[in-house]
Design a protein around this ligand. Structure first.
Ligand code: ZN
Length: 362
């Protein structure tokens, strides 16, 4: 057993940095499910939901190189050491005390890392990432165990589903704006032979977005907004004619409606995102739409409002956004997008976002 004397403390303690503690209520024991350290120095972790993570750094001493480690709840079955390469000496998975899993990354003696730049970020309720250091590109081979991106679909809470039922789809529940003052171009993505993304059970993006776009148009017309659609049936329209048409109308805003697909059609990837290209108006419009679509899509991750360089929002000369209303390839989103009631809710949400935007900008 160690007897820790003052001298030891004085030398040892200041060298250990507790980098961060992320703690969420623990309902069940949790553990590290997968990890990956890629050749750019990015460490990604997948854990069980609601995990407690503690991250540490310790400077090199006579015995070890610079070390970074993370402690997780739950025990490992087989402690192991994985031989590193390049600037990474080795990676150890161990059980420092019972009930804890420890992942240690030890760097080679000549490689030192700066603890003040380390930030462990929770990406999702079960995903984490931390940039350990910058390595010259491909200075070593990626090391990993398991698949860090495999994430269980989060199902909406019962309460959230109940709140969905309370959403009225009555025109009188949409905000009022001055009639005959505003004009909008609605652009249903793809069309005709270009079906866009094809998802679970052959669910086609073009069908979903045309249906939603038609309902948005109808709602806005009823609210006294002047609306033009770039297409209102299953025909193929190239991107430049869409932009040329929109620019000719001199409308206030342009809203392109799309559904997403993940590479490799991963069913666990779901979510809502809205793109704008530039300007505070575009951003504001994107934020209003994103917020409303999320409300009618409980459990579907918020992928955020982002800048995107899509042709139709880049080349149109009015505030323009491109809304991705869910993944036709995602288990949760696809099951919804195929239903009429959900399409109505999404259309209602987009119309509401647009009207809120007009209320704000006047
Ligand atoms: Zn699309």
């Amino acid at each position: 057993m160690f007897k820790i004397n003052n001298y030891y403390f004085a030398r040892f303690l200041p060298l250990i940095f507790l980098l961060s503690v992320t703690s969420q209520p623990v309902k069940s024991s949790s553990a590290l499910a997968a990890w990956s350290l890629n050749s750019n120095g990015l460490l990604e972790l997948r854990t069980r939901k609601n995990s407690n993570l503690k991250a540490y750094y310790q400077k090199a001493n006579q015995l070890y190189g610079d070390r970074f480690w993370v402690d997780f709840n739950g025990e490992l079955l087989n402690p192991r050491t994985i031989k590193g390469n390049g600037p990474v000496k080795e990676i150890r998975l161990g059980k420092p005390v019972s009930g804890i899993t420890r992942l240690v990354i030890e760097f080679a003696p000549q490689k030192s890392i700066n603890p003040y730049q380390l930030k462990l970020i929770g990406v999702d309720e079960n995903k984490w990432k931390i940039k350990l250091t910058s390595f010259p590109l491909n200075s070593f081979k990626t090391m990993k165990e398991g698949n860090v991106s495999k994430a269980p679909v989060t199902y909406p809470k019962r309460q959230e589903l109940r709140s969905l039922r309370d959403i009225n789809l009555r025109i009188t529940d949409l905000p009022n704006i001055k009639r005959n003052k505003y004009s909008v171009v609605i652009d249903p993505g793809h069309g005709g032979p270009d079906s866009g993304a094809v998802g679970i059970d052959g669910l086609k993006e073009t069908d979903v977005v045309l249906d939603v776009s038609k309902i948005v148009t109808k709602l806005l017309l009823e609210k006294g907004v002047n609306v033009k659609m770039t297409r209102n049936k299953e025909v193929e329209v190239d991107l430049s004619p869409r932009v040329a048409f929109a620019n000719k109308t001199n409308s206030d805003i342009f809203v392109s409606i799309h559904a997403n697909a993940s590479r490799g059609k991963k069913r666990y990837i779901n979510g809502i995102e809205t793109f704008y290209y530039s300007g505070w108006r575009g951003r504001l419009l994107a934020e209003k739409i994103q917020k409303e679509v999320l409300k009618v899509s409980p459990g579907s991750p918020d992928r955020g409002v982002r800048r995107g360089r899509y042709f139709v929002i880049k080349r149109t000369n009015m505030p323009a956004v491109l809304a991705e209303i869910g993944f036709v390839t995602g288990r949760l989103d696809a099951r919804r997008l195929e239903k009429k009631i959900h399409r109505k809710r999404v259309a209602f949400a987009i119309a509401k976002g647009i009207l809120e935007y007009f209320k704000r900008v006047g």
